[in-house]
Write a protein that binds this ligand. Structure first.
Ligand SMILES: [Zn+2]
Length: 88
């Protein structure tokens, strides 16, 4: 089945994992999704058509420089969420 996939979404979730490994932010599902939403609203989408479900070539991902941009956006989103978490 063909479907649309936003590679930026994968990059953002990877960057969130890397950020939470490195920094001491809350890693609950709510905070991770808040970080993802803030980041994805700031970054340009990278849609591709895929017919292989999740097994598309990871080489298609993003190049390193783009990934570093994603990472810095995610880190600042994580700070925003940490300052105003949607929970106690
Ligand atoms: Zn949290």
């Amino acid at each position: 089945m063909m479907r649309l996939r936003n590679l930026m979404e994968d990059a953002v979730f990877q960057a969130i994992k890397d950020t939470l490994k490195e920094y001491d932010y809350c890693d609950c599902e709510k905070c991770q999704l808040d970080i993802a939403a803030i980041s994805l609203n700031q970054l340009p989408p990278r849609y591709v058509v895929t017919d292989k479900g999740d097994s598309y070539a990871r080489a298609d991902f993003l190049d390193l420089q783009n990934y570093l941009d994603v990472l810095s956006t995610v880190i600042s989103a994580a700070k925003t969420v940490a300052n105003r978490p949607h929970h106690k």
